[in-house]
Design a protein around this ligand. Structure first.
Ligand SMILES: [Zn+2]
Length: 502
């Protein structure tokens, strides 16, 4: 291959084809593209603007094949399709591109059950604030952790790759991302029972996250040392790289049971869900961590961070104890991976106000503060509501979730909501169903659970609730005697604009 070659990319309106076209163009090759969609329907047409890539929309003309020296079809196009059967140019596949073009920059990953997006967003902000440009996929509306997006994103222009790794519990995917981005370091926020829909047991799920550790063997890992699962996996896998641990010096406020890597059930004196002080007969126990937060003051949003060399005072722009953990992991990553001194890191941390949709204060309506949070699985809901309770006391929760893991997930979510909230307003089909069961079991709950605000629930896609259901739920919540309202779930986040209509 040489720089005068022209690559013909089929399917530039799909994420992979779109990224491949831009990667090849940035590396100096000629690129032309095509897609069955018309330009007005092409989801990522905007990403190609400014790239000098000719695109044939709607129909692929003969000229496309004639001009191309190589053809790159999407993985979804069958090899025996008419388009490819009649093509006399050499065909390259996704993995050929991954082989041919390397990231050529340091790449770091962030994984874990909770806090990935917040941590990734903050680490990138610190980079930008200091003139370091992370590569971005620039695919509008895409979260970006679907399998091949991080792999291809790491090959786009930039000084550094900062990648969120994995959400889906499918074996092989996490390891593949680490390997194919030549990743040299990573952060693991926590590993708690969650997202169990695809796999059987908690340890099956933990083993998918363990691929991150396996593939980074010999490199550097920054981990939450108060998570017995992470520390257990490091031991089980005999990890040989550098391990940097962090934690928070706080009194535990509950005890949770968690499966140890050895198979025993162990009690964790929890500081946040699934993390805290633990001891197992197999020898796994809370270590003396390398970085520890003390004097955590959530009201004034400050804490002290003891590094191996000094004591820092950290100001937070976000709320919650779980975010203290997220922040420490990122501060260490910025120091170790981006080589930045702490005085260049802490101002960016202080001015970071969080990711939209995460404990986001949307508006004040009729004197009541309305928050939305993206939490949509039992562990996420538990963590957020617990923090909310600590920060604000009484609140009403509007549930817009229909859990991915079906009934057990919905029940887990409802139980957390019941535990922490003053009033409960179900606004999704799933939560409505569970509310009816709860009221049948215990009619006394009818002064806390409110049902009759929505006459007819519709089953709606993957979002959990429709825009009308979110709105009606919020209206009900605003009429209850409680100053704070939090609407949880993806639907609440997506339709938060209805709050402005109220
Ligand atoms: Zn054990």
């Amino acid at each position: 291959m040489n720089k005068n070659d022209t690559f013909g990319v089929i399917g530039v309106c799909g994420a992979n084809g779109n990224l491949i076209a831009r990667i090849l163009k940035q590396r100096g090759y000629n690129v032309i593209g095509t897609d069955l969609s018309f330009k007005k329907d092409c989801r990522f047409a905007k990403s190609l603007e400014g790239y000098d890539i000719d695109v044939f929309y709607g129909k692929t003309p003969e000229a496309f094949f004639k001009k191309s020296d190589y053809i790159i079809p999407p993985a979804s196009l069958p090899k025996d399709s008419d388009v490819l059967k009649n093509c006399d140019k050499p065909i390259l596949e996704l993995y050929d591109i991954i082989e041919m073009i390397k990231p050529e920059k340091p790449v770091f990953g962030i994984t874990g059950t909770n806090g990935k997006t917040t941590s990734t967003t903050l680490l990138k902000k610190i980079a930008y604030d200091n003139g370091i440009k992370p590569c971005e996929h620039d695919l509008e509306g895409m979260q970006g952790n679907a399998e091949f997006i991080p792999i291809l994103q790491s090959r786009l222009d930039g000084d550094v790759g900062i990648l969120e790794v994995g959400t889906f519990g499918v074996p092989g995917t996490v390891g593949r991302v680490v390997k194919n981005t030549s990743m040299t370091g990573g952060v693991i926020t926590n590993i708690t029972p969650d997202h169990l829909n695809d796999l059987g047991s908690f340890m099956d799920y933990a083993n998918v996250k363990a691929e991150f550790i396996k593939e980074l063997d010999g490199k550097t890992l920054i981990v939450n040392g108060q998570d017995p699962t992470i520390m257990g996996l490091l031991r089980e896998l005999d990890y040989k790289g550098e391990v940097i641990t962090f934690g928070v010096d706080e009194l535990p406020d509950s005890v949770g049971m968690k499966e140890c890597v050895c198979g025993r059930e162990i009690a964790v004196k929890e500081i946040i869900s699934g993390c805290g002080y633990y001891f197992c007969q197999c020898g796994i126990t809370t270590p003396q961590v390398d970085y520890i937060a003390t004097n955590v003051d959530l009201k004034n949003r400050t804490f002290d961070l003891h590094t191996p060399d000094e004591k820092l005072t950290v100001k937070m722009g976000v709320d919650g104890l779980h975010n203290v953990y997220n922040l420490i992991g990122v501060i260490i990553a910025a120091h170790k991976f981006l080589d930045l001194p702490y005085d260049k890191i802490l101002p960016s941390v202080a001015s970071f106000t969080g990711v939209s949709g995460r404990m986001e204060e949307v508006a004040k309506v009729k004197g009541k503060d309305i928050f939305v949070d993206y939490a949509h699985n039992p562990a996420g809901v538990e963590t957020v509501l617990k923090e909310f309770k600590k920060l604000f006391g009484d609140f009403t929760t509007v549930i817009t979730v229909s859990s991915e893991s079906g009934y057990p997930g919905d029940l887990g979510i409802f139980n957390s909501v019941l535990k922490f909230s003053k009033f409960i307003v179900p606004a999704s089909v799933a939560s409505h169903k569970i509310a009816i069961e709860k009221l049948e079991d215990n009619p006394k709950l009818n002064d806390r659970i409110f049902l009759n605000h929505i006459s007819d629930f519709k089953k709606t896609g993957t979002l959990g609730a429709s825009q009308e259901e979110v709105r009606d739920g919020l209206i009900k919540a605003l009429n209850l005697d409680c100053e704070m309202v939090i609407a949880i779930g993806e639907a609440a986040t997506k339709f938060k604009s209805v709050i402005f209509e109220l």
